[in-house]
Design a protein around this ligand. Structure first.
Ligand SMILES: CC(C)(COP(=O)(O)OP(=O)(O)OC[C@H]1O[C@@H](n2cnc3c(N)ncnc32)[C@H](O)[C@@H]1OP(=O)(O)O)[C@@H](O)C(=O)NCCC(=O)NCCS
Length: 195
């Protein structure tokens, strides 16, 4: 285990990845999983999660240290349902992008994604010297767009017809939130500490 670190909400807990979590990643490495229909289509490759699993295992084995770049999403009942991540190109922290994937689709639409991103944004703004956090999604993902709008993300760019999914073109949508916008918005989420 990575010490006692955790970010705790009302319904979910974010924890550093352990090697035991990889059993679920292997199970999720299934092209028929509903989540793959909503993930950004530009991530698609033939081996689904295979490369990610290799990278995660390597990083876990060499030891994860804060500030964390990815965490596992658990319900407060102890069910592992997905992960969050954050990343940017080398030397380009001002364009940090986050990602979320709740692989267990029976947990969608219950506010767990909202809690996860609230905790994740709060952690990243607190622990890293970031002025803006963004994510990229696509027109065919109303859940991610709705989640972003609800948390105060602005639509910053719409790259028209740049995603081709199941025979149709969709817009790619870039959303972002500034540190000062989050500092106001976080007051809506009473489960966060240090109001
Ligand atoms: C996208 C995802 C993280 C959202 O998490 P979630 O727990 O399902 O979302 P929440 O229940 O917190 O809902 C957040 C908001 O999204 C919107 N939303 C959720 N489901 C929706 C739907 N079916 N249609 C339209 N809007 C929806 C609503 O605005 C909702 O807020 P509200 O319930 O207060 O109105 C989750 O569904 C998921 O992991 N999907 C698969 C992978 C994925 O798409 N990842 C993102 C890739 S860019």
């Amino acid at each position: 285990m990575q010490g006692d670190f955790e970010l705790k909400g009302k319904k979910i807990i974010l924890r550093p990845t352990t090697i035991e979590d990889m059993v679920d990643y292997e199970r999720w490495n299934d092209p028929s999983l509903k989540a793959f229909q909503y993930d950004g289509p530009w991530y698609k490759n033939d081996d689904n999660l295979k490369k990610l699993i290799e990278i995660r295992k390597r990083k876990v084995k060499s030891g994860l240290t804060p500030p964390y770049r990815f965490l596992e999403i658990y319900t407060t009942q102890g069910k592992h349902i997905g992960w969050v991540n954050a990343g940017h190109n080398v030397n380009d922290p001002h364009a940090t992008e986050i990602g979320i994937s709740i692989k267990e689709d029976q947990y969608w639409g219950k506010g767990l994604g909202t809690e996860t991103i609230v905790l994740w944004l709060d952690y990243l703004f607190r622990e890293m010297n970031l002025t803006r956090i963004g994510f990229t999604t696509w027109q065919g993902n109303p859940m991610m767009i709705g989640l972003g709008k609800k948390l105060g993300f602005a639509e910053e760019a719409r790259i028209r017809k740049s995603c081709f999914v199941r025979g149709q073109f969709y817009d790619r949508i870039c959303m972002g939130i500034l540190r000062e916008e989050w500092e106001t918005k976080r007051n809506d989420f009473l489960f966060l500490e240090n109001h």
